[in-house]
Design a protein. Structure first.
Length: 101
């Protein structure tokens, strides 16, 4: 019981709210590879922004299903990772930027 409370209220509670950025920096190349594999040629039927959003949604679901962050993180922290990837913010990450570490 003590370990549960320690994990839940000491370690997980002190996670940075920008956890999505911190998790995505080391996986940037993998996420971009996923993006290029899911990217389909535009048919001109839907708006390019909508196609982009759907592609990043597929990337986010595939990445989070493969690495199962939901098993170790609470729903709010898992949601920050999901929304960061789904928002298409991954290309703006700089791998050498130390402010995210």
């Amino acid at each position: 019981v003590f370990v549960f409370f320690y994990m839940e209220y000491r370690i997980r509670y002190n996670f940075d709210p920008a956890l999505g950025v911190a998790v995505c920096v080391p996986f940037r190349d993998y996420l971009m590879d996923l993006y290029h594999s899911f990217r389909a040629p535009s048919l001109g039927v839907e708006a390019p922004d909508k196609e982009e959003k759907e592609c990043w949604g597929f990337v986010a679901r595939h990445f989070l299903r493969a690495y199962r962050f939901d098993t170790v993180l609470a729903a709010d922290r898992f949601g920050t990772i999901f929304s960061f990837i789904q928002g298409g913010n991954v290309p703006s990450l700089d791998k050498d930027d130390s402010s995210y570490k």
